[in-house]
Design a protein around this ligand. Structure first.
Ligand code: C2E
Ligand code: MG
Ligand code: MG
Length: 443
């Protein structure tokens, strides 16, 4: 007992020194997580600390040295809600949640399969609260055996969670001093786009942006291509999704630089995949309407493709229905298609003039918006709309992609309706490039 207390005391001193020396938060949290795992006879419980992102109301930025990386990637980000599994629920209730058997507990419905595949059978999630009792993260412990943690582990978690909270709180407060504004949804709170623009520029220069890749498949589940989706590894706020910064980028015109960067990066990476056993993989890149204000846009893309020896037929540019149809835009679309590049209408069905687009714009593909797909199982009207889009699209020789497919049942319905391609969490979330090669997709 005395030895246990001594090591707790020594660890506590070491952690406080780490915090006061300004060591990066992730390093401190890794040390803390290792300390929890090695305390007493907590052998068999492996854990992670997930940071809370209040802007997205999600848990992400996971720190763990012992849980399988594929498991972490597939559960992250965790929604803070009663439907967010054991971790999301613990964060939502600000109460510990114990799941003694992942296989039978209804809380684990969403991630059960992933956990079982990785041999994880029980889970214990503890919210980490700040001194003001606000959620700052969670500690999640998993065991390969059915059951709950013993007294010794509970004591260790209780002791270390206070240090986890201290480390996060101090890191957040020093962040807030240097970080003058914050994002909320799509808005910059202090209204100063100029500051955001400086931050975005710095982010581009410091390589804080990263392209994630979400695969899409044919109905026989063969991999056809990937969609490039931007992320911002913000030094203080963690991983930001495009929703939190793209509209500011659009307002400031910075979107043009970001998109050029995304195009260059993703073509370069896809070229690498072409050379390493995926020779015909297609790439889809989202493009904002502003690109079409530049009459040289088709030449810019053509030059890029030529420089990288990337076949134009393997590139699809996705525009949303917010894209305005002017004569100049139609010309640019036609010139892009003349180069061999494909055009796709993203989020199809969300605007009132969806079908007008098909009349005026010659495109190759439509992507049926996720809102129709998520209602497909229950809602007969969504079923009829989707069926109609597919039938009409086929008559116009368009490739039809369903976005946001999350369940087997949705997949079966779409197969029956003869939808051509499928994209969604059922197969894969967007993943960093390095993870792509490790996944076993059917070619
Ligand atoms: P999008 O092009 O319609 O991309 C699909 C979005 O739906 C992605 O969100 C993806 O993560 C998400 N998603 C895919 N499958 C599922 C699913 O099964 N369930 C659920 N719940 N979501 C799913 P993400 O990555 O946050 O991107 C959001 C939007 O940001 C994109 O919508 C796209 O319009 C825009 N975006 C992303 N990267 C870029 C870029 O480089 N340029 C431009 N202009 N826009 C971009
Ligand atoms: Mg898209
Ligand atoms: Mg979409």
């Amino acid at each position: 007992m005395i030895t246990v207390q001594k090591s707790l005391f020594e660890n506590q001193t070491a952690i406080i020194q780490m915090i006061s020396s300004g060591m990066p938060l992730k390093k401190i949290l890794t040390f803390l997580m290792d300390s929890i795992e090695n305390s007493g006879d907590s052998f068999g419980w492996h854990g992670a600390i997930m940071l809370y992102n209040p802007l997205l109301n999600q848990l992400g930025e996971t720190v763990s040295s012992s849980l399988p990386i594929n498991f972490i990637n597939s559960i992250e980000p965790v929604e803070v809600s009663p439907y967010g599994g054991a971790c999301g629920t613990a964060a939502f209730l600000k109460q510990p949640v114990t799941v003694t058997d992942i296989e039978s507990n209804p809380l684990c419905e969403k991630d059960r399969h992933t956990a079982i595949v990785h041999g994880l059978r029980a889970c214990f999630s503890i919210p980490v609260l700040s001194s003001k009792k606000e959620l700052v993260g969670i500690i999640a412990l998993y065991s390969r055996e059915v059951g709950k943690p013993n007294e010794e582990i509970l004591n260790a978690v209780d002791f270390y969670s206070k240090l986890v909270s201290l480390a996060i709180e101090i890191s957040n407060s020093s962040t807030n001093r240097s970080f003058q504004y914050s994002f909320e949804g799509n808005k910059c709170l202090n209204g100063s786009n100029e500051k955001v623009l400086i931050e975005l520029n710095t982010a581009l220069e410091s390589e804080e942006f990263e392209v994630y890749y979400q695969p899409y498949f044919g109905v026989n589940e063969q991999l056809l291509g990937v969609e490039a989706l931007i992320r911002w590894n913000h030094p203080h706020l963690g991983l930001l999704s495009p929703a939190s910064f793209l509209s500011i980028a659009e307002e400031t015109g910075f979107i043009l630089d970001i998109e050029k960067w995304v195009l260059t990066q993703s073509i370069y990476k896809l070229k690498k995949l072409h050379q390493s056993g995926w020779p015909d993989l297609s790439l889809s890149v989202n493009i904002s309407a502003q690109q079409f204000d530049n009459p040289r846009f088709p030449e810019v893309v053509a030059e890029l493709l030529e420089r990288m020896s990337f076949p134009p037929r393997n590139l699809t540019l996705e525009v949303t229905e917010r894209f305005l149809i002017h004569q100049e835009n139609i010309d640019i679309v036609n010139r892009l298609r003349a180069i061999g590049i494909k055009l796709s209408i993203d989020d199809f069905g969300t605007s009132y003039s969806s079908f007008q687009y098909l009349k005026d714009l010659k495109v190759d593909e439509i992507k049926i918006d996720r809102s129709f797909i998520s209602n497909l199982e229950m809602d007969k009207i969504s079923q009829k709309i989707v069926k109609m889009i597919i039938t009409l699209g086929h008559q116009l020789n368009l490739n039809i992609v369903a976005e946001g497919v999350e369940t087997q049942k949705q997949l079966q319905i779409l197969k029956k309706m003869k939808c051509d391609s499928i994209q969604g969490f059922l197969f894969s979330k967007p993943i960093p490039f390095d993870h792509f090669k490790k996944m076993s997709f059917t070619k």
